[in-house]
Write a protein that binds this ligand. Structure first.
Ligand SMILES: *Cc1c(COP(=O)(O)O)cnc(C)c1O
Length: 422
């Protein structure tokens, strides 16, 4: 342990748990100051897609650093931002014609919500209610928390969170309840937008729902004129087996949020892509209707250069084949644990595999800290969501490292089943 003044995110320092000092990374592996070799089985919290320090992304940032580090983006532009916007236009659905930059998934969501409200103000309709899905997660800023699940994470801030209307999660066999609730919420002319994580609710516990439900939800919103915001911050960039999860349902949103894998996971950057109608609502000779949002580092050139390199990797390397291969390797290993007495359920979508261990006690489950320590002692970066253990590695992870991950999960399950897990 090191003497430190650093206050870490989502960390209870009072528990006195050791905080490893990471000095180097490559591919799916982290190296620590004390010489440990750690397998990064959750892609450094869902961001690393191709692997740490992909040579093309590193080179792009290095070259960009020699030319232009940072420039105000209100009324100014630069080549990496322009090139990235062109690349995104070519790669993402045609109807998403406009690219707005920010710095994180949370800000991409804030921007999406503000765009939706601006859209309705410009149209002269008093619509400001945001519809959300139960168990959703969209980030940790006040607006992003408002549209996410309420719980222990945001209890202290509840008085600041705005009201939303929540539709139930479409659990297997209960899909019609979701669709019915969404239809009712869209009626009445107060709903501005519906924000949802397509196909899998990440922080909510890797909860998966079928593509046809996503497709129906999109149609319900379209019929009512309610803007559909797809939060693909986690699901984008191949995580669910396709570039975007929405592809599997054949849907295109009005507003799309991307971050995490946008730079391959190297540096922070986000985009909110909008339809021409959302853009047009803000477009006029009247300065009062411009889009009022900026942050100091909007479209930072180094970050945009990294993202341009990521897009080139997507165009020129067999990324989707790697994703499919990783999915198959996950499936084979997951099958080996599905019938384990300590496992009450398994699910998988694309590169994401999840196991339900014991009962469902929520995020502060009694098993959680023990599991975290157990995996840490085995040099694995795995961070269960309560009783949900999930594996979401960089696409380049090797078979030996995958075997180590699943052997450790199996070992934990054996101890739990034997009542010996502490
Ligand atoms: C991680 C995440 C966010 C927040 O992104 P940050 O970069 O951590 O702010 C938003 N939405 C979803 C679906 C996420 O998984």
């Amino acid at each position: 342990m090191i003497e430190s003044s650093v206050w870490h995110p989502f960390t209870q320092h009072g528990l006195g748990e050791a905080i490893p000092l990471v000095t180097r990374a490559e591919g799916a592996v982290l190296h620590t100051a004390d010489g440990r070799r750690i397998v990064d089985a959750i892609s450094s919290w869902w961001v690393t897609t191709h692997g740490h320090r992909h040579p093309r992304i590193v080179a792009a940032m290095r070259e960009q650093a020699e030319r232009l580090d940072q420039i105000i983006f209100a009324g100014w532009t630069h080549e990496p931002a322009e090139e990235l916007a062109r690349g995104l236009r070519a790669m993402m659905p045609d109807s998403l014609t406009r690219v707005f930059y920010s710095d994180s998934g949370s800000t991409a969501v804030e921007v999406a919500l503000k765009m939706a409200l601006g859209y309705w103000l410009a149209r002269g309709e008093a619509r400001h209610r945001i519809l959300v899905m139960e168990h959703g997660y969209h980030g940790d800023t006040i607006g992003a928390m408002s549209v996410g699940a309420r719980g222990v994470f945001n209890r202290a801030y509840a008085p600041l969170l705005f009201d939303v209307e929540t539709v139930p999660f479409p659990a297997a066999g209960h899909e019609q309840a979701t669709l019915g609730a969404l239809t009712r919420a869209c009626a009445g002319g107060e709903a501005a937008a519906f924000i949802v994580e397509p196909l899998v609710l990440g922080a909510g516990g890797m909860l998966v729902y079928p593509a046809w439900v996503l497709c129906e939800m999109r149609a319900i919103c379209a019929a009512a004129g309610v803007l559909f915001i797809s939060d693909e911050v986690m699901t984008g960039w191949g995580r669910t087996g396709t570039l975007l999860a929405g592809e599997q349902a054949g849907i295109v949103p009005d507003i799309l949020c991307l971050s995490k894998g946008l730079t391959g996971g190297a540096v922070p950057l986000a985009v909110t892509m909008a339809s021409e109608a959302v853009w047009a609502a803000h477009y006029s000779r009247d300065r009062a209707t411009m889009f009022f949002h900026s942050s100091s580092y909007t479209a930072n050139p180094l970050a945009c250069a990294a993202a341009v390199a990521n897009l080139a990797i997507w165009r020129e390397e067999p990324v989707l084949a790697r994703v499919a291969d990783l999915g198959a390797r996950q499936a084979a290993r997951l099958a080996g644990l599905a019938a384990h007495p300590a496992v009450s359920g398994v699910r998988q979508i694309g590169t994401i595999a999840a196991l339900e261990i014991g009962g469902r006690d929520g995020y502060l489950s009694a098993l959680g800290p023990g599991l975290l320590r157990f995996f840490g002692e085995r040099d694995l970066l795995l961070r269960p969501l309560g009783d949900t253990v999930y594996v979401m590695p960089p696409y380049c992870i090797g078979d030996d490292d995958m075997d180590r991950v699943y052997a450790a999960i199996g070992e934990a399950c054996d101890l739990i089943a034997a009542g010996k897990f502490v």
